[in-house]
Design a protein around this ligand. Structure first.
Ligand code: ADP
Ligand code: MG
Length: 239
C-alpha cells in the first residue's frame, strides 16, 4: 500500500463572491498529491488561503474550479450522502479553538462522530472511554470541557478526530491557542499518530511546529510557492 495517493488536487481555484458584486480569488490554481502516511505542513501568511485550502480538503467547502480526489474518489461527483460517508471514514478534524460542545461531557464530545453513524450509546461510551485513555485523559470522561486546560481540551478534540479510525487528520493551527510546552506535547501526539501510519496535514505559521512535519507546502498569492522537504526549506532560507 506504499505511495497510495490519499489526496490529489488538480488546478484548484477558489473565489469568494461577496454580495454587491465584489469577489476575491483566494486559490489560483493549486495542484499537489499527498500519499498515505505523509506528514505535511501547510504554511503561508495570514490570509493566504490556508484555511480555505484545508476546508476544501476537508470537504467543508467546495472549490470554484479544479479537481479534488479524496481516497481515490472525485469529490465533486459524489452526492451529499456519499460524501458524508467518505468524509466520515476518511477524515478527522482538529481546529485551533478545539470546537468542543461546552455543555457536554468529554465522553459525549468524543463519541459524537459515532452517534452520527448510529452506533449504540453503550458502544459509543466504551469506544470513547478507550480513546480518552489513549490521549492521556483517563478519569476525565465525565467532566465538561472548561474543567480542562487548553492542552487537555485539544487532546479531547484529537480523541474525537480519531474515534472513526480516519486515514487522514486535518489540523488547522492546532497549537495556535497553546503555550509552547503544550504545543510540543500536542505535536508529539501528531507525530506518534503519523508513525502509526495516519496521514497528517497540518496548517501552522510557526516554524518550530511545522518542523514536526516532513514535507512543506508553502502558499503565497494563491499558488504553491514551495513544495518539498521541510528541512531543506528552513536550512536554505535560514529562518
Ligand atoms: P488563512 O487561513 O491563510 O489565514 P483564509 O483561507 O482564512 O486564510 O482566508 C483567505 C482569504 O479569503 C482572506 O482574505 C479572507 O478574508 C478570505 N475569506 C475567507 N473565507 C471567506 C468567506 N467565507 N467569504 C469571503 N471571504 C473569505
Ligand atoms: Mg486560517
Amino acid at each position: 500500500m506504499k505511495n497510495r495517493k490519499v489526496v490529489e488536487v488538480d488546478n484548484l481555484t477558489k473565489t469568494y463572491f461577496m454580495p454587491g458584486g465584489l469577489s476575491q480569488q483566494v486559490l489560483r490554481g493549486i495542484s499537489f498529491e499527498i500519499n498515505e502516511g505523509e506528514f505535511v505542513a501547510i504554511m503561508g501568511h495570514s490570509g493566504s488561503g490556508k484555511s480555505t485550502l484545508m476546508n476544501t480538503l476537508g470537504c467543508l467547502d467546495r472549490p470554484t474550479s479544479g479537481k479534488y480526489f479524496l481516497a481515490g474518489q472525485e469529490v465533486s461527483k459524489l452526492t451529499d450522502d456519499q460524501l458524508a460517508v467518505v468524509r466520515g471514514k476518511t477524515l478527522g478534524f482538529v481546529f485551533q479553538n478545539f470546537n468542543l460542545l461546552m455543555k457536554r461531557t468529554i465522553a459525549d464530545n468524543v463519541s459524537l462522530p459515532l452517534l452520527y453513524q448510529g452506533v449504540s450509546k453503550k458502544e459509543c461510551y466504551e469506544r470513547a472511554s478507550a480513546m480518552i485513555e489513549r490521549v492521556g485523559l483517563k478519569g476525565y470522561a465525565d467532566r465538561i470541557p472548561n474543567q480542562l486546560s487548553g492542552g487537555m481540551q485539544q487532546r479531547v478534540a484529537i480523541a474525537r478526530a480519531l474515534i472513526n479510525n480516519p486515514k487522514i487528520i486535518l489540523a488547522d493551527e492546532p497549537t495556535g491557542n497553546l503555550d509552547s510546552q503544550t504545543s510540543d506535547e500536542i505535536m508529539s501526539m501528531f507525530q506518534d499518530l503519523n508513525n502509526e501510519g495516519i496521514t497528517v496535514i497540518l496548517v501552522t505559521h510557526e516554524a518550530d511546529v511545522a518542523m514536526y512535519a516532513k514535507r512543506l507546502l508553502r502558499i503565497a498569492d494563491g499558488v504553491i510557492e514551495y513544495d518539498g522537504s521541510i528541512k531543506d526549506y528552513f536550512v536554505k532560507e535560514d529562518k
